[in-house]
Design a protein around this ligand. Structure first.
Ligand code: UFG
Length: 327
């Protein structure tokens, strides 16, 4: 196949690119405006095998690229992902995350690209009533980021209804963490707020201390529980989803492991893995944090050939730590 990946210089996009370069013979083309992505990821991955890279934005005129390449499929990552920022500047999110999906689908329509893999998020579920959510659970986001993704899902579904040739897979990611076990790529954003990233930065002294946001939740140890998934497993889920929709109908898939760890358990494991007893404060709850969010991931496991290999919190933290050391 001839595949376009948008945002492949970013954290998740680069891991998917690596899997495709290593494990498939698909022809790959990448676009990224490098606003959040990192050119080093592109340069490192080109050593595996060459692919075409265009430093362009979704706002740019992409007709020439589409006309030249005749893509069979698009894997669309390029988007903003910061929940707090989305509450401060929602329009930025609706323009880049939602309007640009309509834009890229317009190219699909013009150039006959009929396979589309979309990077969505568990944030579409908002604060669910049940700890475990399936694809059928209700979707009531609690911030503009979640809405920008949920609205994009609707745009994709509506387009698919109008074009019977078009098939999509929407992947709703749970808590993505860790880094490429080969050490080539990882998370590069400067002001990351995600728990495991913050913990490994604290291990390395890049932060003096870290905080646990609330220990009075209705969970076993009072801290929030999440379904942490290794980024390399998330990456292979994209390939399995693409293979699946090639032969079958469109689907929405949760991508997680279907089990959870509390913030305290993650902190304890980070101390164990590193041997560093870093300083941890108990702080107030962070606005908008559901107490428990765990995927019911049986659908992707049943319908596709996805076989996760890194369902191991220790390994997730270890690879995140190794990557952080390299930065
Ligand atoms: N946390 C801390 N201290 C920190 C950072 C996080 O206690 O320094 C806690 C949070 O309060 C939360 C848990 O760790 O309870 C996980 O927080 P993250 O910021 O790592 O991730 P979130 O669960 O808030 O959100 C992430 C993505 C969302 C996605 C969600 C899916 O950012 O886009 O996972 O579960 F929807």
């Amino acid at each position: 196949m001839n595949i376009l990946i948008t945002g492949a210089a970013g954290y998740i996009g680069s891991h998917v690119l690596k899997v495709l370069l290593e494990q498939s013979s698909h022809e790959i083309c990448v676009i990224d405006n490098l606003s959040k992505g990192n050119i080093n990821a592109i340069n490192e991955l080109k050593k595996i095998r060459n692919f075409e890279f265009f430093n362009v934005s979704l706002e740019d005129d992409l007709n020439e690229i589409f006309a030249k390449h005749k893509f069979d499929a698009i894997i669309h990552f390029a988007a903003f992902i910061e929940v707090f920022e989305s509450t401060q500047d929602p329009l930025k999110y609706y323009l880049n995350n939602t309007a640009n999906v309509a834009k890229i689908l317009t190219y699909c329509k013009i150039y006959g690209v009929n396979r589309f893999i979309f990077s969505s998020t568990a944030a579409v579920y908002g604060e669910p009533d049940t700890p475990e959510v399936s694809e059928e659970s209700q979707t009531i986001p609690i911030n503009p980021y979640g809405y920008s993704k949920l609205m994009s899902e609707q745009v994709i579904k509506d387009y698919a209804t109008s074009n019977k040739e078009f098939r999509y897979a929407i992947l709703r990611y749970f808590n993505v963490a860790g880094a490429d076990p080969d050490g080539l790529i990882g998370q590069n954003y400067p002001n990351a707020t995600h728990l495991i990233k913050v913990a490994v930065q604290t291990i390395l002294g890049k932060r003096e201390k870290m905080a646990i946001y609330g220990d009075d939740y209705a969970t076993d140890d009072g801290t929030c529980v999440r379904d942490y998934i290794h980024v390399s497993d998330l990456a292979t889920a994209h390939v399995s989803a693409l293979n699946h929709i090639n032969e079958n109908q469109s689907e929405i898939f949760n991508v997680g492991y279907g089990r959870g760890f509390s913030v305290k358990e993650v902190v304890k494991m980070a101390k164990e893995v590193s041997g560093v007893d870093f300083k941890v404060d108990i702080a107030n709850r962070r606005d908008g944090d559901p107490s428990v969010l765990i995927s019911n991931a049986s659908k992707i496991k049943t319908l596709t050939d996805w076989t996760p290999k890194f369902d191991d919190l220790k390994l997730i933290i270890k690879t995140a730590l190794e990557w952080e050391k390299r930065l």
